[in-house]
Ligand binder design. Structure first.
Ligand code: HEM
Ligand code: HEM
Length: 220
């Protein structure tokens, strides 16, 4: 007989990372595009975003099972099998990111990293210069500013697709992905317990990431 029980799925560091990131990205658009608050805040939110993304990369190697890249980054064949199975009467269910979702996580993280790094070298040519803009040539500043403007739209589209995907899972597949991202738990059939890393390790890694970002921008 199949036994349904509530299991731990996402660790606290990954959940804290996710919701802080979502709030920070919204604040970045509010400050950059809509001039809500001073641009200095745009920079502060940007530094926090950089530290979070750096942390998530480290956590992808040292974190809990469902947060590790090795657990959810799969080749094209696995993505294809997953897509084909969705059309069948017995679609695959995954504990953690599915093979397609895994790629969307990587693409989202890459776009956020490009946005935050390009911001460090951007300038509005009036009074707002990223902290590393004075260290590179005018040509590089122009290029990075163009990347910052262009990728701002790419990121917006990716976040839009991300939210649409989550809503479709809920409406079409009746699979609520949001509750586990909030509580960390999910009901699963005959699931074996997953491996979890220490939240203290996450804290140490995050502090190291903050120190690295601080060293990068205050040396400028
Ligand atoms: C700017 C906004 C957002 C960004 C940049 C973002 C980014 C991400 C990233 C990077 C992950 C991977 C988590 C990890 O493994 O570390 C993720 C997962 C997830 N996000 Fe978001 N997110 C945003 C907004 C939202 C919103 C508004 C919702 C709710 C409607 C949401 C629901 C989820 C869920 C449910 C997952 C887990 C998906 C799964 O089960 O595989 N996200 N998001
Ligand atoms: C993921 C994080 C970020 C997002 C989503 C973001 C988004 C934006 C947006 C929407 C604008 C307005 C561009 C326009 O006028 O169309 C902007 C401008 C700007 N951002 Fe960011 N930004 C991020 C990170 C950063 C960081 C880390 C820095 C530097 C520390 C930075 C520095 C700047 C500068 C200097 C401008 C003015 C450029 C101009 O108006 O030509 N940004 N950003």
């Amino acid at each position: 007989m199949n036994v349904v029980k509530s299991i731990r799925l996402w660790d606290l560091p990954t959940r804290a990372f996710h919701w802080s990131l979502a709030v920070l990205i919204a604040l970045q658009y509010a400050t950059g595009e809509f001039h809500f608050l001073d641009m200095r805040w745009h920079f502060w939110f940007g530094y926090a975003t950089l530290a979070l993304v750096a942390f998530r990369v480290l956590w992808g190697f040292a974190g809990s099972q469902t947060s590790r890249f090795a657990d959810f980054v799969r080749g094209p064949a696995a993505v294809w099998r997953y897509l084909r199975a969705q059309a069948s009467t017995n679609p695959q269910r995954h504990l953690g990111h599915n093979p397609l979702g895994g790629w969307s996580v990587l693409v989202l993280l890459a776009s956020i990293a490009v946005q935050a790094v390009s911001g460090l070298f951007s300038s509005d040519d009036i009074d707002t210069d990223g902290p590393l803009a004075a260290r590179v040539s005018d040509h590089t500043v122009k290029f990075m500013t163009r990347v910052h403007h262009w990728n701002e739209n790419v990121l917006l589209i990716l976040v839009g697709l991300h939210i649409v995907a989550v809503v479709l899972y809920l409406l079409v597949k009746r699979d609520n992905l949001v509750a586990p991202m909030l509580t960390g738990r999910k009901a699963a059939v005959d699931a074996r317990p997953l491996r979890f890393a220490s939240a203290w390790l996450a804290l140490v890694l995050f502090v190291l990431c903050i120190a690295a970002v601080a060293a990068l921008v205050w040396r400028a």
